[in-house]
Structures are given as C-alpha cells and as structure tokens.
Ligand binder design. Structure first.
Ligand code: C2E
Ligand code: MG
Ligand code: MG
Ligand code: MG
Length: 292
C-alpha cells in the first residue's frame, strides 16, 4: 500500500512539474511584452509610526495584471524576471512610477511622506544603480530623503567592494537604505557595521508568532535593541493583530507595516487614506500608555 501511494505521489509531482514548466515558459514570453502593454501596476502599503500613529511613508509593491488571467504574484514573477534580465527594465519602471506618484502626493500637501522601493540583487550586477537613482530623482523632482531603497541581505553578500561602493554612493546622494526581511538571510552581524544601513525591516516570520512563541518575541526584542545601539530604525513587517502591535510598542520598535493597519492599496485608495489622515486608532495608541 505504501508503495502504491509512493507511485501516485511520484506521478502527481511529475505532472505538476510539467505544468510548472509550461507556466514558467508562458510567463517568460508574456513578460517581454507586459511592460509595453502597461500590464504592470504598483500598490502602496502604508507604514505607520508607533509613536503618534501617523502614516509617514509607504512601500511600493509590484503587481502584474494579465488580461483575462488575473494578478500574478511578485513572488512568482520577480525570480523569473531576475533570471531573464527583464528585472532591469521593470525595476526602472517601478522606480520612475513610484517616485512620480510620491511627487503627486507631495504636491497635494503630504510633503513628509517617504516612498520605499524594493531593489533586486540583479539590478546591482547589471546596472549603475546610483546613476539610475540620480536620474529618477531628477525626473520626479523629489528630494533624495524622500526615497528609501529596500535591499535584501543577499545583496550585501553578493560581492564585497562593488556593492559597498554603490551603497556608499547612494548614501552620499542622500537616500535611505533599508534591509528587507531582516533575520531570514545568512548575513553576519558584521555586515551591519560594514554597510551604511539606516533601517531594519524585521521579517514577518518573526512577527507572526510573537504572541505564542517566546523565542520569536525575544529575537524581535533583541533586533530592536541592536538596531537602537547601531542608530538604525526598525519597521516590523506583516503586523496583523493588536497583540503583535502592543508587543512591538512595548519593545519600542519604531514603525509597523501590515494588514492590521492596511493591506497594500492602489494609488486612488491610498489617496483617500491620506486625505482622511487615517492613523492608528486612539484606543490602540492608548495601549501601554506607560511606554510612550
Ligand atoms: P517584501 O518586500 O518583503 O514585501 C512585503 C510583502 O508582505 C508583500 O507581499 C506584502 O503584500 C506582504 N504583506 C504586507 N503586510 C502583510 C501582512 O500583514 N500579512 C501578510 N501575510 N502579508 C503581508 P507581495 O506584495 O506579494 O510581495 C512579495 C515580495 O515580492 C516582496 O516582499 C518583494 O521581495 C518582492 N517585490 C515586490 N515588488 C517588488 C519590486 O518592485 N521589485 C523587486 N525587486 N521586488 C519586489
Ligand atoms: Mg520590501
Ligand atoms: Mg520584506
Ligand atoms: Mg518578508
């Protein structure tokens, strides 16, 4: 019986792999035309300060809306875009679009808002990122301090001097550098000293079980303390519950991003949220008043 089940599994996986390969090839072909056809969009997810509860910035998240096929997740197509090199053109579009949109919100009076954009390691390999950032800032007319770049730990590991030079140039331009998904990669703590990082985004996997898992709670608290002593800010990713929020307030994390406050929104919905000056409800701000 076990044998029989094993064979069924094998058949299932073989079939699935065939389907995946087909889907992979179809996506690769479609991606070549998607940019020109205007199939990419950005959603924006607000970041809220735990002190005061105000929206101070947002992260741009890429969406690929395929006619008749719905939205493809970036988790699926970004790795593919990196493989094929399409990430360079797509990445330029993301930066330009996000910066122009932020400029629009600045012009509406929300002049303190910052925009965070994800960069893939391949972009650093394939192009002059500091030159791209200078051009994008000039195009949008935004001050450099309004732009934050989210990097992954793998970027820091990819090669020593090239990336470090690029990051130092970016710091000189005046943009903010954040380390995304912090805690999930393999980078050693010495990277935090070697590279000019301003913000640690604590990965959702730590936040998820904060209430139930004492180790996650203690790691999160430690990351915040370490960041403070290195003069870095902390943003908790994927905050979904009041319990998580309260814990993060208590350990003096600087900001949260997650469904608890808002899912990623299209530009129009974000405009409404900004116009309404939505912030964390007062009752939430009143949690642990001793700590504020
Ligand atoms: P990320 O940069 O870590 O972005 C956060 C992801 O967590 C987003 O997924 C967001 O929708 C999701 N998220 C936010 N709050 C919550 C929450 O409370 N609960 C849960 N379960 N999820 C939450 P998304 O939009 O699917 O993006 C996935 C990843 O794709 C991003 O992870 C980022 O690594 C990559 N990505 C997205 N846009 C771009 C882009 O323009 N360029 C590059 N290179 N990568 C991008
Ligand atoms: Mg990110
Ligand atoms: Mg992240
Ligand atoms: Mg994450």
């Amino acid at each position: 019986m076990a044998k029989g089940r094993g064979r069924n599994c094998a058949e299932f996986y073989t079939h699935k792999m065939g389907v995946d390969a087909e889907r992979h090839m179809a996506l690769e072909t479609a991606m070549r035309t998607a940019l020109d056809n205007g199939e990419f969009e950005l959603d924006y997810q607000p970041k809220v300060a735990l002190r005061g509860g105000q929206v101070f910035g947002m992260e741009a998240l890429l969406r690929w809306r395929r006619p008749g096929l719905g939205v493809v997740s970036p988790a699926e197509f970004i790795p593919l875009a990196e493989e094929t090199g399409a990430i360079v053109a797509i990445g330029e579009w993301v930066l330009r679009t996000a910066c122009r949109q932020l400029r629009h919100w600045h012009d509406m009076g929300h002049t303190q808002l910052t925009m965070a954009v994800n960069l893939s390691p391949r972009q650093f390999v394939r192009q002059d990122v500091p030159a791209l950032i200078r051009a994008t800032l000039a195009d949008s007319g935004l001050p450099a301090k309004a732009l934050e770049l989210e990097l992954t730990e793998s970027i820091l590991m990819s090669d020593g001097t090239g990336v470090r030079d690029a990051l130092l140039q970016l710091k000189a331009i005046g943009v903010t550098l954040a380390l995304d998904d912090f805690g999930t990669g393999y980078s050693s703590l010495s990277y935090l000293k070697r590279f000019p990082i301003d913000v640690l985004k604590i990965d959702r996997s730590f936040i998820q079980d904060l209430a139930a898992d004492a180790e996650d709670a203690s790691l999160t608290r430690t990351i915040v303390l370490m960041a403070q002593s290195l003069h870095m800010k902390t943003v908790a990713e994927g905050v979904e519950t009041l319990a998580q929020l309260s814990f993060l307030r208590r350990c003096k994390c600087d900001a949260i991003q997650g469904y608890f406050f808002s899912k990623p929104l299209n530009a129009d919905a974000m405009t409404s949220l900004l116009r309404d000056r939505r912030c964390l409800p007062a009752v939430v701000n009143a949690v642990n008043p001793r700590q504020t």
